[in-house]
Design a protein around this ligand. Structure first.
Ligand SMILES: Cc1cc2nc3c(=O)[nH]c(=O)nc-3n(C[C@H](O)[C@H](O)[C@H](O)COP(=O)(O)OP(=O)(O)OC[C@H]3O[C@@H](n4cnc5c(N)ncnc54)[C@H](O)[C@@H]3O)c2cc1C
Length: 410
């Protein structure tokens, strides 16, 4: 049996970045599916939002809880967003920062990210095997080596890095089988659940708007039968074929329950009361203008404007003067706090990340090495970390991988 210095299990964002950053060692990367980087290819709608412009202190606030932020701190300080950008650009991939601070390859092709990582891994002479799903890992305590088994072959290594991801979008290969491997080596798993998920909505009237979004919608969250909101957030809201998504929903999906009411402004909004006042004045001061034109002028999606008017028994031709005081109140209420009732949250098949994973207190945050097994490391989403949408999760995968690369090359 060939002995490797390092075996990386999982060729996703973390595994590939580790391979692209490890030279001078005999490294084997085992990927369960027919090709590496399947999930990376679908990130950011196929454009790959690979990082963002946040400094470490602000970056770390966008993770599940303070344990996660504390855990990630050494990795992020070692390899912050700035270094990720520099790394990709200095390896020949120009990047673009959007006005919201999200960073993408300038070509807006996730494929370019995967191609670059594969190319660098190959330059480092990393051996990549696809269709090599690992089903067993054991430590041989006499030789201090790991025995790794796929269905067809056995391998041996001094160091093993588990980069098997979470269990969302299992068709990309991240099917949760990495948790079983971690368990075989004595690690505990914090029960996985889908995170960053869209919601479906009861009696949803906006199927035809699927794919449209509202910039900076002010969204309030209410649990069933509770008058007091439990959360409020501002961000982009996306209409899907059966409900709502977009960063403002995804980033707050952890606390949303079936039966909750979500009230969203249908126009960009920072202050609901202020917006109500502005809209009231606008309608009163423009009696001859068609409501439809006025709403579109304020930035309301045309089809949404039509539907709103229709729901109030008004037509596109109605002017502001045609609006009774009562209907004006109703219209403004809908524009500033349109109510949606949550019928359910999407599952792992549609979740962007997994909350839960390898328990963080069993891993040394300064090295990513297991506290239970010497020579065993973890990177990326297989760990109990989950960031918000906006480049946080890929950056966490890159930073944890880079930390391991730095440690194993010492
Ligand atoms: C639709 C979607 C869009 C996203 N968009 C973004 C975005 O724009 N920005 C962002 O920051 N994050 C985004 N994410 C999240 C991001 O993709 C993940 O957090 C990131 O890929 C995690 O990297 P990873 O290497 O830990 O796991 P993965 O990239 O999931 O890779 C794990 C790899 O391990 C392999 N594997 C699993 N088990 C085994 C096994 N037993 N043996 C061998 N191989 C195995 C899998 O096949 C897979 O290739 C998105 C996620 C989804 C689903």
């Amino acid at each position: 049996m060939v002995m490797y210095d390092v075996i990386i299990i999982g060729g996703g964002a973390a595994g590939l970045f580790l391979a692209a950053n490890t030279s001078g060692k005999r490294v084997l990367l085992l990927e369960g599916t027919s090709r590496v980087g399947k999930k990376v290819l679908i990130t950011g709608g196929g454009m790959c939002n690979l990082t963002n412009n946040k400094e470490p202190s602000s970056f770390l606030k966008h993770f599940g809880n303070s344990d996660q932020s504390n855990f990630l701190k050494p990795a992020i300080l070692n390899f912050p967003t700035q270094k990720t950008r520099l790394w990709f650009e200095s390896h020949g991939l120009p990047l673009t920062e959007r006005e919201d601070g999200k960073v993408f390859p300038s070509c807006l092709q996730a494929r370019a990210v995967v191609d670059l990582l594969e190319h660098e891994a190959s330059r480092n002479r990393v051996e990549v095997r696809t269709n090599a799903k690992v089903i067993e890992v054991q430590k041989d305590d006499t030789s201090n080596c790991y025995l790794i088994g796929t269905e067809h072959e056995q391998f041996q290594a001094r160091t093993v890095v588990l980069t098997t991801g979470g269990m969302s979008y299992p068709t990309t290969g991240s099917d949760g089988s990495g948790y079983a491997l971690a368990k075989m080596l004595g690690h505990s798993i914090v029960s996985p659940s889908p995170a960053l998920v869209a919601v479906s909505v009861t009696d949803y009237a906006f199927t035809s708007l699927a794919g449209n979004s509202i910039r900076d919608s002010l969204v309030e969250f209410f649990h069933k039968d509770e008058a007091k909101r439990y959360n409020q957030a501002t961000g982009d809201l996306l209409f899907t074929h059966d409900g709502l998504s977009g960063p403002v929903i995804l980033n707050n999906s952890g606390t949303i329950r079936k039966g909750d009411q979500i009230r969203a402004s249908l126009l960009p909004c920072s202050n609901k009361e202020e917006q109500r006042k502005v809209l009231t004045e606008l309608i009163s001061n423009n009696p001859k203008r068609q409501l439809y034109t006025l709403l579109k002028g304020e930035g309301l999606i045309a089809h949404l404007a039509e539907q709103l008017l229709h729901s109030l028994a008004l037509t596109k031709e109605d002017t502001c003067a045609n609006l009774s005081k009562e209907k004006r109140k109703d219209l403004i209420k809908l524009l500033t706090a349109y109510p949606f009732t949550v019928s359910g949250k999407k599952g792992f098949n549609a979740a962007m990340v997994t909350s839960g994973g390898v328990a963080l207190d069993e891993v040394d945050r300064k090295t990513m090495e297991s506290k239970l097994q010497k020579g065993l490391f973890f990177c990326g989403e297989v760990l109990d970390i989950d960031g918000e949408s906006g480049g946080y999760n890929l950056q966490a995968a890159f930073s944890t991988a880079r930390l391991v690369a730095d440690i194993i090359q010492r």
